[in-house]
Structures are given as structure tokens and as C-alpha cells.
Ligand binder design. Structure first.
Ligand code: BTN
Length: 326
């Protein structure tokens, strides 16, 4: 274990209690100076470490394999959990090692330094304050339609949050509170010689970020659960709830080809349906009335210029209001 990992692991295990610097000296066999330097670096990185003399604690809990294993009730998901302190991207990791990763494995990171978003965008995952999750699926049956997994994920996350806060879904992959983004989903399917090798569902959730953690241009478009709920979030509880819902909808999807439950959640929570919005695709933009999400998960829209009704299946589009988001 690196010094970084030792410090985070000890703090997380003790949470909400404090630990002494002497505990870290014992665990790492490093000098007090090296440890103090390590703690300062972690703090600068953004980890929520509170220091008082020779004692330290966490301001809020971090993702932890032990905490997750205490409460997880899933059968086929999360039998293998890996938590990285810092990584380029959990999706990139899962993609690179896909052939040796068992179905249902979960990869988590306290920090991503090259997080990937949809449409080639970057995704910011500041240390300790956001959740970066990649879930690897290797279905034994032929999947009815892998692209629907993004909406299944959005529905599972909505259900996991619904008891605490009212959530909207921006088809197909954004989860919002008060019209501001709190989570994004990036589903990647890997094929080799025409055969599906696996699907990686990447989910980024803004859990404990504060307003100032967002860049200026994101401050009115993105938010965190902490900001919206007015309290610090335990990412382990949220992930446990999310995985239970995900497993339920996924089983029903694979075994019975059933999309009804999760697509109804996406429809009920849709922030798009019934509105006139701009559909951006490549270099063009057209205004359309967003009618519904049909049983295949497509967005049904009527363009205002031609009055034609079309189904949008490509996720290579962005849907925006006059102000550029929603
Ligand atoms: C989006 O809204 O554009 C999708 C964002 C997806 C971010 C997650 S964080 C975990 C996983 N690893 C990545 O590099 N991206 C996804």
C-alpha cells in the first residue's frame, strides 16, 4: 500500500472518528515529516481531511469497499469491487483490461484525472468529492438493445435518489436536480471480430462538491447533491441503493426483454417531454416539440420547421434551450 492509500484507508475505516498521526507512523513505517507532507498533498488535492494538531479526520465519508460490502444485497453485481485513489479514467481502465474482468465488476475512483464524458468531452472528478463508477457487464444472452442501458442506469439512479430529492432526467444520459446536472452516464460497448466483449457503464456523480469546485461556466449548469440537499453525502449508501435498483431492472431486461419499468421512470422524470427545444446535431440546430420516449427508448420529436415527426435514436445529439443547457 502506498502512503497515500494508507492515509485514506485509515481515515475511511475510522470515520467518523479521528485518527492520530502516530497511527499512521505505525501503519506506514514512514517518518512524521513524510506523513505530514503526504497529508498536506492530499489536502491540496481536495481530499476532505480535517487536521487538528496531531489528530485527523474526514469531513465526510469516502467510497470504501468495506462499507459497500457491509450493505450490498446484489447477487450478480459488485462481487468484485476495486477502488482507485487516483486514475486517468475508470472507463478507460475497464476497457483496457476488459478480457480479464468478470461480469458485474465495479471500478471506483476517489479521483479521475482524465475523466471522459459523452461526445468526446472531458468529465471532471475532483478528489473525494465526486463518485466515479464503471460497471462492467458481460451478458450471456444476446442483449435486446445495449443502448437502452444508459436509460436503465438513469432510471436506477433516479430511484436511488428519489426518497431524498426530486430528480429530472435529460434524455438519454443526464440526471438533474433543479435543472442542473448532478450526474452523467457514458455507456461504452466493446466488440472484437463482431462479437460483444462487454459493456462498460460509466457514471459520474457530483456528490460533495461545493459551488466553488465548479468552473465559472459550469456554475449555473451543474450542481452537487451536497449543494441541493444541504448536507454531506455518504457515497457508499447511494451506490448501494443504485446497484440494487440497477440489478432489478437489468435482470428484467435480460430475462424478459422488459423495458417498461425503467422507461416509464425516464418518461415520468423527463425534463424534455412537452417542451420546444433546440436539437443540435453536427453543425445544424432545429427547434422541435419533444413528444415522448417510445417503447424502444427513442425520443419522438416534431420539428417546428417541417412539422415532421421523427424518432431520435442517435445519442450524437445535444438538446438545449435558448440559454444553452436546459
Ligand atoms: C457525460 O455526462 O458526458 C458522461 C459522464 C460520465 C463520467 C463517468 S465518471 C466514471 C466513468 N469514467 C469516465 O472516464 N467517465 C465515466
Amino acid at each position: 500500500m502506498s502512503l497515500w492509500e494508507t492515509i485514506i484507508d485509515k481515515l475511511q475505516t475510522a470515520y467518523p472518528d479521528i485518527i492520530e498521526i502516530s497511527d499512521l507512523i505505525q501503519a506506514s513505517e514512514e517518518s512524521i515529516e513524510t506523513i505530514q507532507h503526504g497529508i498536506q498533498k492530499l489536502k491540496q488535492q481536495g481530499f476532505p481531511i480535517v487536521i487538528s494538531g496531531n489528530q485527523l479526520t474526514l469531513d465526510f465519508p469516502l467510497l470504501s469497499k468495506e462499507e459497500l460490502n457491509k450493505n450490498l444485497q446484489t447477487q450478480e453485481l459488485a462481487n468484485e469491487i476495486t477502488v482507485f485513489d487516483s486514475i486517468d479514467s475508470t472507463n478507460t481502465y475497464a476497457k483496457t483490461h476488459l478480457s480479464s474482468i468478470p461480469h458485474g465488476s465495479v471500478f471506483l475512483a476517489h479521483e479521475q484525472v482524465q475523466g471522459k464524458g459523452r461526445l468526446g468531452r472531458t468529465w471532471s472528478s475532483p478528489a473525494g468529492k465526486s463518485m466515479s463508477i464503471s460497471l462492467v457487464l458481460k451478458p450471456s444472452e444476446i442483449l435486446p438493445d445495449a443502448s437502452l442501458l444508459t436509460q436503465l442506469t438513469a432510471a436506477a439512479l433516479t430511484k436511488a435518489l428519489e426518497d431524498e430529492v426530486s430528480v429530472q432526467i435529460k434524455w438519454p444520459n443526464d440526471v438533474l436536480i433543479n435543472k442542473m446536472k448532478i450526474a452523467g452516464i457514458l455507456t461504452e460497448a466493446e466488440f472484437s471480430a463482431g462479437k460483444l466483449q462487454g459493456i462498460i457503464i460509466g457514471i459520474g456523480i457530483n456528490t460533495n462538491l461545493e459551488k466553488t469546485d465548479f468552473s465559472k461556466e459550469l456554475q449555473h449548469k451543474a450542481t452537487s447533491l451536497r449543494e441541493q440537499l444541504g448536507e454531506k453525502i455518504d457515497p457508499n449508501h447511494l451506490l448501494t441503493r443504485f446497484l440494487s435498483y440497477f440489478e432489478k431492472y437489468y435482470k428484467n431486461f435480460i430475462e424478459n426483454n422488459s423495458t417498461e419499468t425503467f422507461l416509464s421512470i425516464c418518461k415520468e422524470h423527463s425534463i424534455l417531454i412537452g417542451r420546444k427545444l433546440w436539437i443540435h446535431s453536427n453543425d445544424t440546430k432545429r427547434k422541435a416539440l419533444i413528444r415522448t420516449i417510445d417503447s424502444s427508448g427513442s425520443l419522438v420529436v416534431t420539428y417546428l420547421d417541417t412539422k415532421q415527426t421523427e424518432k431520435i435514436i442517435s445519442t450524437n445529439v445535444s438538446i438545449r434551450d435558448e440559454n444553452g443547457y436546459i
